[in-house]
Design a protein around this ligand. Structure first.
Ligand SMILES: NC(=O)c1ccc[n+]([C@@H]2O[C@H](COP(=O)([O-])OP(=O)(O)OC[C@H]3O[C@@H](n4cnc5c(N)ncnc54)[C@H](OP(=O)(O)O)[C@@H]3O)[C@@H](O)[C@H]2O)c1
Length: 326
């Protein structure tokens, strides 16, 4: 079996360390592994598959003469902006977790269960979507294909791990280093920076990325994104207006046994998606499926997924698997 040289950029971070876990779990065929982070972590030792690796500081020369095939980036937008083009010049295919490249026309934005073929239109950089967007487009793609989607209203309840180690530390120590207010006992309707129109960048990401992944620029979408005091697992309440009439039983059948989706809806027995159910899993949990009686073809869903796994690391590794299969 062919093996590949793989680099992890941001290897000491929450997503970076989960990349390693997921690559190992899925037995990704690695020949050589290169781990990079900031100068702060240079020399740090990390164990992968019973071998000890030394973390290197990421520099402009990191990709030179190393024959790296694939680099998984999760070290923030600025790092991706600077170093992804350098990696690409050195023949590396970049799978980027930051928002730096997602909306560039020549950069595919991929969720493997939804638009896997888009991977092959890459020019050296493939973007991993925003964590909240990834989990929503799995059920939405099915609805879009079967009934057509007219409008989507997203309301999120997002875990602090979405802000990396800094978010987890604010929750643990009741600090305000990362967030403007304490997150303990609180909900912050504020994720990423505010635009002049009152939306946050996180809300704009969900709106624009959904259109790009579903290949439908005409979708009408609005979003409110909220940080909640949960460690792992983002929840999204999705209200969707469909073009065609639907039968609720048929919707359950459409979600059942679909790749990447765990239908989790039996309210009589208190079965519904929650972060404590989704944490550590790769599936997107879908439940609370019910008609929105205020609309002609309206539907409500509650969708929960582990933001570090399917929302980041697992999705990126799945993209790498598509690349090597080809
Ligand atoms: N957390 C999520 O749910 C999530 C989901 C999707 C995407 N992402 C994206 O993934 C990225 C990382 O998120 P995270 O949650 O893993 O954050 P994190 O835990 O704070 O880790 C950040 C990582 O980036 C490295 N880094 C920072 N500045 C660097 C630089 N100048 N050069 C090289 N490496 C640098 C850090 O290295 P040091 O340890 O040396 O500082 C660390 O390894 C972000 O772009 C984020 O938007 C996160």
């Amino acid at each position: 079996m062919k093996r590949y040289n793989v680099a992890i950029i941001g290897a000491t971070g929450l997503v970076g360390s989960t990349f390693l876990k997921v690559l190992n779990e899925r037995e990704f065929p690695i020949k050589q592994l290169f781990l990079f982070a900031s100068c702060k972590s240079s020399g740090k030792k990390i164990n992968y598959n019973n071998q000890v690796y030394t973390v290197e500081e990421l520099t402009k020369d990191s990709f030179k003469n190393r024959k790296i095939d694939i680099a998984l980036f999760s070290a923030g937008g600025e790092t991706s902006q600077t170093y992804a083009p350098i990696a690409k010049e050195n023949g590396v295919i970049v799978i980027d977790n930051s928002s730096a490249w997602r909306m560039e026309e020549e950069v595919p934005l991929v969720v493997p269960e939804v638009n896997p073929k888009d991977v092959f239109s890459h020019h050296g950089i493939i973007a991993n979507p925003n964590c909240s967007t990834i989990q929503c487009v799995l059920p939405l793609k099915i609805l879009h294909d079967n009934y057509g989607i007219k409008r989507i209203v997203y309301s999120t309840y997002q875990a602090v791990s979405g802000s990396g180690m800094a978010g987890l530390n604010d929750l643990k120590d009741n600090k305000t280093d990362k967030y403007p207010y304490p997150i303990q006992g609180n909900c912050l309707p504020h994720i990423d920076a505010f635009d002049d129109n009152g939306y946050t960048k996180e809300e704009v990401k969900m709106i624009e990325e959904t259109k790009k992944i579903l290949h439908d620029a005409n979708l009408k979408i609005t979003a409110t994104t909220v940080r909640v005091p949960v460690k792992y697992g983002h929840c999204v309440s999705i209200n969707v207006e469909l073009y065609k009439p639907f039968d609720l039983k048929e919707i359950f059948l459409l979600f059942k046994d679909k790749e990447g989706i765990m239908l989790y809806d039996d309210v009589k027995n208190n079965v519904y998606p929650m972060p404590i159910i989704a944490e550590g899993k790769d599936e997107v949990y879908v439940g609370r499926i019910r008609r929105d009686f205020s609309l002609e073809n309206g539907l409500n869903l509650f969708v929960v997924s582990d933001n570090i796994r399917k929302g980041a690391a697992t999705n990126a590794v799945q993209i790498a698997e598509i690349l090597i299969k080809e």
